[in-house]
Ligand binder design. Sequence first.
Ligand code: KG4
Ligand code: ZN
Length: 335
Amino acid sequence: MSIILAIESSCDDTSAAVLRDDRILSNVIASQKVHEQYGGVVPELASRAHQQNIVPVVDAAIKNAGIEKSQIDAVAFTRGPGLLGSLLVGVSFAKSFAQALDIPLIEVNHLQGHVLSHFIKENDDSQVPRFPFLCLLVSGGHTQIILLKSHFEMEILGQTIDDAAGECIDKAAKIMELGYPGGPIIDKFAKEGNPDAFQFATPHIPNYDYSFSGIKTSFLYFLRDRLAEDPDFIEKNKPDLCASIQKCIVGFLLKKFEKAALQKGINQVAIAGGVSANSYLRSELQRIGDKHHWKVFVPKFQFCTDNAAMVGIAGYYKFLKGEFADISLPPYTRD
Ligand code: KG4
Ligand code: ZN
């Protein structure tokens, strides 16, 4: 049996979790509200907020887990990719904590954490995917179709050649001045809108790759033209605009993902990353999965956006392999 403390601080969420083997005991997330007024994450403010949050967040995670510090066997931390200043806070904290307790460190890749979040167990009935399975990783920084052959054998079949899906959603929200992060706001308005009200073209990109920068630009130009005719166009059509752009992005994502699963003969599929919290993406994947008799894995909301439980589960599988990190390891910003 192992008890792992996990730390995540790659972007604008400070999070700590405690796992007993693959079972989650606690998962505390402090989201930073300071960025909302700027319409995006301000790196310097993010690292400052991590510094304020890290000690109380870790403290709460240990207390909520009902364990003593002395019971912790290893510290897993997100080494990258992410913002350097943000990563440095979590990495330095994890190193000092492990050194003070004289326990090993485990470095975790943030993206592997998102994908492996499907293996976090909350109770005895928790169902996990079987290998091989296909995962659509969609976050603010990444969009990838990944074939998982084992916990750490991940083959990227396709990915975005420019913007990530989450970035595109956030930009669309910004163009409509809806606030940041735009994903959850678009999701909410879209529920009252008509997804067929407006059509936006998706680009033809070969194989399983994606491109989102063109969608963003066509949305911008479409609104510019409509606003020239009617300055209240966005205000009058908000739900329909949200539902339509959401349908365009989700449809594009799932068309390629479905094709990849069919061509690879996969019948277990999953989504991960912040955008996997999107209700339309979740229901559409379920609908497509039902059509093909696939087993569909959709993460709980608390495991979609950045969280330390996913770092803990990736750390647990590395712990089993005895893969520990040296204290001198620096964070990395790119994958
Ligand atoms: O995984 P994540 O928390 O951070 C990164 O590693 O990037 O993903 C953040 C992204 C943001 O673009 C945010 O707008 C999006 O996830 N997101 C959503 C929803 N909730 C979060 N996008 C669409 N619908 C949502 N409900
Ligand atoms: Zn993430």
